[in-house]
Design a protein around this ligand. Structure first.
Ligand code: 5GP
Ligand code: ZN
Length: 116
């Protein structure tokens, strides 16, 4: 929210100086600081939405863009085995810890199903 500190707003705006792997007018991507897989990239809208459920129908296009960026990064970066898992944790019980909507793009190892 405007005025409230948010690490992903700061990362997306370039305020932290952390390197971005991808950026356009609406979306950025950067490596997760605590990767849980050989590839662990976060895909983040520049606009602050706390959770997936806070995104209204007026932002359908943004949700599409986030997935399209995940696919683009996967195709460009994952090489011979582009298998990947794309995850949104929404809410505390689902494991969300940063309340600025983001997708996890995970690859480079086997992922069990159902997830833990
Ligand atoms: P969540 O648990 O909300 O789905 O995912 C939040 C992710 O953000 C976690 O995987 C965590 O490691 C990552 N994270 C938290 N703080 C930072 C940070 O300052 N920089 C980066 N690059 N990743 C972060
Ligand atoms: Zn934010």
């Amino acid at each position: 929210m405007p005025g409230e500190p948010c690490i992903f707003c700061d990362l997306a705006s370039g305020k932290t100086g952390a390197p971005l792997l991808y950026q356009d007018d609406a979306v950025v991507a950067f490596s997760d600081i605590r990767p849980i897989a050989p590839t662990h990239i976060l895909i983040v809208p520049r606009e602050h939405h706390p959770t997936l459920l806070d995104v209204g129908p007026e932002n359908e296009a943004l949700l599409g863009r986030l997935l399209a960026v995940a696919a683009k990064i996967a195709k460009e970066r994952l090489g011979d085995d582009p298998s990947c898992r794309v995850v949104i944790n929404s809410g505390a019980s689902a494991g969300q810890t940063v309340y600025h909507l983001h997708l996890h793009l995970l690859s480079g190892r086997h992922f069990a199903w159902p997830p833990g």
